[in-house]
Design a protein around this ligand. Structure first.
Ligand code: SAM
Ligand code: SF4
Length: 465
């Protein structure tokens, strides 16, 4: 793949031009927010206009609109997951990452299948049902090269502990060929995630100094190959802090529009990692385009109203306080209890973490906090299990039909968690949140939810619709 292959859809000139134009006036901004309330998303120009709001009153109106959109589509549900780092061996030279090949200061380790299963067992015993498998790009030949990733996926799905197993495994590994993506699809992954890091070519070249990842085009075309291979849930992302966030936001939306045009469906999720300090990676301590907390909230709110049906993922890179203030602006999935060092859950290795975490709370602490805030922590995996993925998912989501499934599935998986893994205090907070949620459902959805909850109370597990 060359630069000319992406020129038709990734257009930095158009992004720069639109950002250089005079900002929209308050009347135009309010008209855009009014349009956003119709839940049909926004176009490129409208997103650009929102990204340039600075008047505090308009910012508050943007936040209020994002809250309204979030509440209408996602209600109080918040999907939970944990990352599972299988290896920090990496052949790339990313100047912001502790796993960078030239960093001799960290111990390298690719987990064995036994170690992966030990980690998985730990996570299941905490109550996790959804994981994100993560690895550096350097699968040891002694472990089978890319086959190592496939073996690791099978190893995760193979573990059962007491009441549970991992029901959905998403994957964040380096770009693959179409043939390799087909193998990944056949391994029953959930979403394939890959962050472009930055869509700004000169910045990309300046921070990716070696290894396969230095090839911008190979990375930016990865989702085309994944979707051509039949993976229909893909997750985009940008590493915020490398270049102007407005440019990144608009470029990411160009990427999404390209996927929608080519494959009939855009991305399933967007991740919003902000750069955090990392060992022996000086760039990460002083991000060249640091995103302030206020701008970070703005970009989440803009994404929420621009692509209302696309999940937004917020990781434990952010502090507990920051995460709390972003939930209602549009976030629909969060990681919890994360470790970013391979072996970190069972502490069987001394491998170093990829970057510093901001939220160190356990899964249970986060669940209790969410419930106390009136959220329903959801461990739902129903859509993926029932084949409601890609366009099928969006066709249900856009007319608002998916909510009739998500709401009962969320309270049911939450009650399953409370029953099997939570202490009394968490259970009490959870029961209050579930009762409040039932009160908001219409009669038919509530009847279905109560039937499903009852099944959990009498000992059934993995109940979904
Ligand atoms: N190695 C593969 C790759 O780079 O795509 C897959 C996983 S990589 C471990 C996951 C993500 O971590 C990267 O895409 C990058 O955005 C993020 N990351 C790396 N260094 C970081 C840092 N210092 N702070 C926050 N996120 C970071
Ligand atoms: Fe390797 Fe990914 Fe870290 Fe780059 S970001 S050094 S590719 S693990």
């Amino acid at each position: 793949m060359s630069e000319s292959d992406t020129q038709s859809w990734l257009n930095p000139g158009a992004v720069a031009a639109i950002l250089a134009a005079p900002p929209a006036d308050p009347i135009q901004i309010r008209a855009i927010l009014q349009k956003a309330r119709a839940l049909a998303g926004l176009d490129f120009q409208e997103v650009a206009a929102l990204s340039r709001i600075s008047d505090p009153e308009l910012v508050q109106e943007l936040f209020a609109t994002a809250r309204e959109v979030k509440e209408t589509i996602y209600g109080r549900r918040m999907v939970l997951f944990a990352p599972l780092y299988i290896s920090n061996v990496c052949g790339n030279e990313c100047t912001y990452c502790a796993f960078s090949r030239s960093n001799k200061g960290i111990a390298r380790h690719a987990l064995s299948m036994d170690e992966i299963q030990r980690e998985t067992a730990q996570l299941i015993e905490q109550g996790q049902k959804r994981l994100l498998l993560v690895a550096g790009e350097g699968y040891p030949a002694s472990k089978g090269g890319f086959q190592y990733v496939l073996d690791s996926i099978a190893a995760v799905y193979d573990v059962t502990r007491h009441h549970g197993n991992i029901r959905r495994l998403n994957v964040n590994v380096a770009p693959l060929s179409v043939d390799e993506f087909k193998q990944l699809r056949d391994a029953s992954i959930g979403t394939y995630q890959l962050f472009q890091e930055t869509y700004h070519r000169p910045t990309y070249a300046a921070v990716h100094l070696g290894g396969k990842k230095a090839d911008f085009d190979w990375r930016v075309t990865a989702m085309d190959r994944a979707m051509a291979a039949g993976i229909d849930d893909v997750g985009l992302g940008v590493l915020f802090g490398l270049y102007d966030w407005r440019f990144e936001l608009l470029s990411l939306l160009q990427h999404n529009a390209h996927l929608e045009e080519s494959f009939g469906v855009g991305c399933h999720t967007i991740s919003v990692p902000r750069m955090e300090p990392a060992e022996n990676a000086p760039l990460a301590a002083t991000p060249p385009a640091r995103v302030s907390d206020e701008d970070f909230k703005k970009l989440i709110a803009i994404l929420r109203v621009a692509v209302p049906y696309t999940g937004i993922i917020l990781s434990t890179r952010e502090s507990a306080e920051m995460r709390r203030s972003c939930y209602d602006l549009g976030v629909s999935q969060i990681s919890a209890g994360s470790r970013t060092n391979p072996g970190g859950y069972s502490a069987g290795t001394d491998a170093t973490a990829q970057f510093q975490l901001g939220d160190h709370r356990s899964l249970e602490e986060i669940v209790r906090d969410l419930a106390t805030m009136g959220y329903i922590p959801s461990f739902c995996t129903a859509c993926y299990r029932l084949g409601r993925t890609g366009k099928d998912f969006m066709d249900l989501a856009k007319p608002g039909l998916i909510k009739r499934k998500c709401d009962p599935n969320a309270v049911t998986t939450f009650l399953e968690y409370l029953t099997d893994y939570a202490c009394e205090e968490t259970r009490a907070a959870g029961e209050v949140a579930i009762e409040a949620e039932l009160g908001k459902m219409d009669a038919k959805v509530r009847a279905n939810a109560e039937r499903m909850l009852n099944n959990i109370r009498i000992g059934k597990r993995d109940v979904f619709c």
